[in-house]
Design a protein around this ligand. Structure first.
Ligand SMILES: Cc1ncc(COP(=O)(O)O)c(C=O)c1O
Length: 377
């Protein structure tokens, strides 16, 4: 009798988190003491420790990376009539954070190597209404900040660094998030530092930090509680989330080392597979390799979806790149029909990322590489 049973594969998640034993200890402390709202000591401990780690003067906790982006834009006083430039290949949180304030997002194509905003394409999008450039350090790899900072200086623009995916990454020795006017991070469960859900605004400007702290807490007047001179939001992080975030931050070097090890293992295992483009490592960047992102070359024998479906049959979970912003139905109102975004379109068409969680093992990495080799051989 022929053997008709198909092989069974171990399921390999795209991103399983690792929680430090300290997280359990700190959360238990919150439960025992009853400090479960935002009025607990872990919130300011997390803010101080995070500011020190990134190398900035101030850090303000929020409920998510998206809330942090909104606070950053709102704290800069950006509103109706203003424009904010951003890469075409990013999460919807970037344009949404601008739209929440009534301002207009403007999209720029991305660099063909790093898929982060192409500094050479920014100037053509600057108008009299431009107030800020929002950059995104994609998949843990920094974008090229020097030309962006120079442009911002020349035109008097703010720079918002979205470092949601790049905790601890460095650009020419400086931690991302600390280079622009204001930076943001996400602490969603798949991030290098997690608090379950959560975010942080970081800056060296006292005025911006104070503004973000005011707006995130319903804009209670600092002089009179329940008295309001501005429209605020409730973006307060709980003490329980901050307890998890602080514990995870205390292990950040171990987590970054694990991500870099994973990237080295994948590189060795994948570099001889034809038609696969491996993630970039620019000489000026110290990437934290948050996600191992691949693209297929033009002559690949099958589509990205076909590769992903075949990996799925092997039990291997993958994720798509973002859809380019210029293709999003909700953003159609901001698109000029003559604009073209060839690099982000191609990256989105051919890009996906493979299992990259902190819990990944050497065996799993080699199983993924073997499957990719078989599929693309
Ligand atoms: C680049 C980028 N910016 C912002 C965010 C938003 O963060 P959050 O999911 O915490 O709202 C994400 C989410 O993962 C992201 O990848």
């Amino acid at each position: 009798m022929p053997n008709t049973t198909s092989p069974t594969y171990e399921h390999i998640d795209v991103n399983s988190p690792v929680l430090s034993p300290k997280a359990m200890e700190y959360v238990t402390d919150c439960m025992k003491t009853g400090w479960i709202s935002s009025a607990g000591p872990y919130v300011s401990r997390f803010e101080h420790a995070f500011a020190a780690y990134i190398g900035v003067g101030h850090a303000v906790t929020t409920t998510s990376g998206t809330a942090a982006l909104h606070l950053a834009v709102a704290s800069l006083g950006i509103g109706p009539g203003d424009e904010v430039i951003m890469p075409d290949l990013t999460i919807i949180s970037c344009p949404f954070s601008v739209m929440y304030t009534g301002a207009t997002p403007v999209f720029v194509d991305v660099d063909p190597v790093t898929y982060t905003i192409d500094p050479g394409r920014i100037e053509e999008k600057i108008t009299k209404r431009t107030r800020a450039i929002m950059v995104v350090h994609l998949y843990g790899h920094p974008c090229d900040m020097d030309p962006i900072m120079t442009l911002a200086k020349n035109y008097g623009l703010a720079v918002i660094e979205d470092a949601a995916e790049a905790h601890g990454a460095r650009y020419k020795g400086k931690r991302v998030g600390s280079i622009g006017t204001v930076g943001i991070f996400s602490f969603y469960a798949n991030k290098i530092v997690t608090s379950g859900e959560g975010g942080m605004v970081v800056t060296n400007t006292v005025r911006l930090a104070k503004r973000a702290a005011l707006l995130k807490n319903l804009a209670h007047s600092p002089h009179r509680r329940f008295w309001h001179e501005h429209v605020g939001f409730n973006y307060r992080m709980t003490n329980v989330s901050a307890a998890i975030g602080l514990a995870q931050l205390e292990s950040i070097e171990e987590y970054i080392a694990k991500k870099k090890w994973m990237a080295r293992e994948y590189e060795t295992a994948l570099r001889s597979i034809p038609r696969l483009v491996l993630p970039p490592q620019q000489p000026w960047a110290d990437s934290v390799c948050w996600m191992y992102a691949l693209t297929l070359t033009k002559d690949a024998p099958m589509s990205k979806n076909e590769v992903r479906n075949r990996l799925k049959i092997h039990g291997i979970d993958t994720r798509d790149f973002f859809y380019p912003l210029h293709t999003q139905p909700i953003l159609g109102q901001f698109i000029n029909k003559h604009d073209r975004y060839p690099v982000s379109s191609a990256a989105s068409r051919t890009g996906f990322y493979i299992p990259s969680g902190l819990a990944i093992t050497s065996r799993q990495i080699h199983a993924v590489a073997r499957a990719l080799g078989d599929i693309l051989a």
